[in-house]
Design a protein around this ligand. Structure first.
Ligand SMILES: [Zn+2]
Length: 464
């Protein structure tokens, strides 16, 4: 009996409530874990495969926790403790039996030896049985107590292992993208630096521009014959209407595809002023009320235009001229034109560069003068043989010294039209002519038979 009460005390000491509490805690943790997984899923969904792998890992972890901790503790409570309780019931029953046997043994009358013997033997059997069972009972209590010591620790350790492998996996996954993250960080740094530099540059530009005086808006006017989009020049010009009212309208003009075109608004269709620039000429116009005017004349019509400034007028005139030259250059019939025009009209020109001396080197590295001087006989005056002639007769296609050019002028333009190679402007047609002819070719005709006729060719030293 004494033992019995000790066993019972021990049994009560088995912290069954602790197990239940642990299971409850574990369930709570798993629930929280599941909530974490789903929240985590939402968060990482965007990070493609990586996120999936991560949440898979977490799911695995909480599955593992479910199995290892909760199940293990559950089994412990359900099976081990239940078995123990059954044993206890059995033990209680046998104890009651023994108590009954003790009572019966005590009640057995002295004068009935048969009854006494029976009661004694029953008591002895039940006591034996009780002792036997009590021994079993104690064993079970000890086993349970022993098991309790490692079972929980085992569950906890396996859970810790699961945690460890989870974070290990997470670490590995994140470690893989480490170079990428470093690269991104470097790019970010660069972007920040670039942006700061860009900002400083813009601020600097802003300050510089602000310092300028806007009253002289002489922005650099440029045209480009070889523009990739085909637009040599564009901008606003006033156009005088060809009707009786002769009203002036502001229109957006452009030179493109060897045509002069304009449009009322940006999205309007193009109106062609000059269909083929090769057929037109351009000249400044001073005998008109308005300033900065120039006229584009083509065989069918002429068009009066007004620029906003003298610079712009010059730019437009030069752009038209350069486009005319360019249009000739593009027609592949003449070798000379190509070479000449490149030197005659640098394809990219500005007011500043256009005001440079005309016989400065052009793109080809040769000047008009050098080109024409290279033709047979052109190294000397066509008439007197003076070296290095600088004048030309544009209808005859020859070069002359200054002395002979004066004589040619005196003959009248119906005989010879004299121009300076270096001072006058040259239209492409004239340049073409000059290159087709030359002193030798012309003298072969004009002086073909002077010796037979008894004539003498003048020398540089000859009198006028
Ligand atoms: Zn001469």
């Amino acid at each position: 009996v004494k033992q019995k009460s000790t066993y019972e005390g021990t049994l009560k000491a088995v912290p069954r409530m602790l197990f239940v509490f642990l299971v409850k805690l574990c369930s709570g943790m798993i629930e929280a874990g599941k909530a974490y997984v789903s929240a985590n899923k939402l968060f990482v969904n965007g990070i493609r495969d990586l996120s999936q792998q991560l949440s898979q890992c977490l799911n695995i972890l909480f599955d593992q926790a479910q199995r290892s901790v909760k199940q293990q503790l559950h089994n412990f409570v359900k099976e081990d403790v239940r078995k123990f309780k059954e044993t206890k019931k059995h033990f209680d029953r046998v104890r009651e039996d023994m108590e009954i046997a003790q009572v019966k043994n005590a009640q057995a009358p002295r004068n009935k030896p048969h009854e006494v013997e029976e009661a004694t033997s029953t008591l002895s059997i039940t006591r034996k049985c009780f002792r036997h069972l009590a021994l079993d009972y104690v064993l079970q209590i000890n086993v349970l107590q022993a098991k309790k010591k490692f079972e929980i620790l085992d569950a906890m350790l396996s859970f810790m292992n699961a945690q460890y492998s989870l974070f290990q996996q997470g670490y590995n996954l994140l470690d893989e993208i480490d170079p990428y993250m470093k690269k991104l960080a470097a790019e970010l740094d660069q972007l920040v630096i670039d942006s700061a530099m860009e900002k400083r540059e813009m601020e600097h530009k802003h300050a510089t521009i602000q310092q300028r005086d806007f009253s002289y808006d002489d922005s650099k006017v440029e045209f480009n014959v070889d523009a990739p989009n085909g637009v040599v020049m564009e901008g606003y010009l006033f156009k005088r209407a060809s009707n009786a009212f002769k009203t002036w309208n502001r229109r957006w003009f452009s030179i493109q595809n060897s045509q002069l075109v304009y449009q009322k608004k940006l999205k309007d269709s193009l109106t062609v002023v000059v269909e083929d620039l090769r057929l037109c000429s351009v000249k400044p116009c001073e005998d008109i009320e308005r300033r900065f005017c120039f006229e584009v004349v083509s065989p069918s019509k002429s068009c009066m235009l007004q620029a906003e400034s003298e610079k712009l007028r010059q730019a437009w005139i030069q752009a038209v001229q350069a486009s005319i030259a360019s249009a000739y250059r593009e027609s592949p019939d003449t070798y000379y034109i190509e070479h000449l025009d490149r030197t005659a009209s640098p394809s990219t020109s500005s007011i500043d560069s256009a005001s440079e001396p005309r016989d400065r080197s052009g793109r080809g590295g040769e000047t008009i003068l050098q080109r024409i001087q290279c033709l047979p006989g052109n190294e000397q005056c066509c008439d007197c043989g003076q070296a290095d002639p600088r004048w030309a007769s544009i209808n005859l296609g020859i070069l002359l010294c200054i002395e002979c050019s004066g004589i040619h002028r005196s003959l009248g333009v119906h005989c010879s039209k004299v121009r300076s190679l270096t001072l006058d402007s040259w239209e492409p047609e004239l340049l073409k002519l000059m290159c087709e002819l030359g002193n030798s070719v012309i003298n072969h005709i004009y002086e073909g038979s002077y010796q037979e006729q008894g004539l003498k060719k003048p020398l540089p030293t000859s009198s006028r």
